[in-house]
Design a protein around this ligand. Structure first.
Ligand code: SF4
Length: 290
């Protein structure tokens, strides 16, 4: 049995009621997209940069939150985390970041903020702002670490170093009141089980609060799709294969780690492989042994 907490359990304890994220596309880009480090994005990422389908990027942040609240209210959810999800959400001048973050936080029922970003886009200036927010709101930085193996990062066109990840985690840790959720991809080309477990062990040493686990999956429009079609990329064909490794990875993370996600997800019409990527629950059930 896996004894770690899921984010649903953790937030229920913390806020005494169910709290859900509302995804936002705040109009940012990424250094791997705008030409500063690259122009096609990370190889596994499609053109939406992790934006869910129901988010309408032409809407303002206010409109996106309103629409998220309306959707979740129908499911009985009354407290929300503003989730800056799409692209790199610290990749802009601090003045812009301030406007965008506070636009989302003006809603009384928004009790926190989750900011998804890259390790090479964390610096003292944006952390000053995020720390200021953390004094009044529950605050998470979601960091795209993906792996602690440089070869894997290079192969995926991440254009940042393992050292960037370590440094970003240290900088955030120093601020004290910001939770760190690391994003990991299991099954990156060239990595074996030991390599993935090694990533978990290293992250445990660096100190993280939560994790979002993803399996490597191939969606239409992602640069990696071309390589996959040439037979150069392998994926976890069956969810059981993935769950077996994911359990070992979790067992090598800190025992009090909060699991924010058990596997990647993409809608059926977008998925090239593996087929089970469009099933939101299967990996979670297998990992938890339900
Ligand atoms: S994975 Fe993240 S950093 Fe890379 S292109 Fe997609 S949104 Fe940008």
């Amino acid at each position: 049995m896996i004894s770690t907490k899921t984010v649903g359990e953790y937030w229920k304890e913390k806020f005494k009621e169910k709290v859900y994220r509302i995804s936002i596309d705040a109009g940012f880009t990424c250094p791997t997209r705008d030409g500063s480090k690259g122009s096609i994005g990370c190889l596994f990422c499609d053109e939406r940069g992790a934006r869910p389908h129901y988010v309408e990027p032409s809407n303002s942040i206010t409109e996106q939150i309103e629409s998220g609240i309306n959707r979740l209210k129908r499911r009985g959810i009354n407290r929300y985390i503003a989730y800056f999800q799409a692209y790199t959400n610290t990749y802009a001048p601090t003045k812009i970041l301030r406007e965008k973050y506070y636009e989302a936080l003006k809603f009384p029922k928004v009790v926190g903020i989750s900011i998804s970003t890259r390790p090479d886009c964390i610096n003292d200036e944006n952390l000053d702002l995020i720390q200021e927010i953390a004094e009044n709101y529950y605050t998470i930085i979601e960091l795209g670490v993906q792996s602690v193996h440089q070869e894997s990062l290079d192969r995926m066109g991440r254009m940042h170093t393992v050292e960037d990840s370590k440094k970003a985690i240290q900088l955030i840790r120093q601020r004290g009141n910001i939770e760190i959720v690391a994003h990991l991809i299991l099954g990156l080309p060239g990595e074996n089980e030991e390599d993935m477990i090694q990533t978990a062990k290293v992250l445990s040493r660096w100190g993280i609060d939560g994790v979002k686990l993803h399996h490597l999956y191939i969606v239409k429009g992602a640069p990696i799709a071309k390589e996959f079609k040439k037979g150069k990329i392998k994926v976890f064909e069956e969810p059981e294969e993935y769950a077996k490794i994911a359990r070992k990875v979790i067992q090598n993370l800190p025992s009090d780690i909060i699991i924010h996600r058990f596997s990647g997800y993409a809608p059926k019409e977008e998925v090239i492989a593996p087929y089970w990527t469009s099933n939101r629950h299967i990996a979670r059930e297998l990992i938890l042994g339900n």
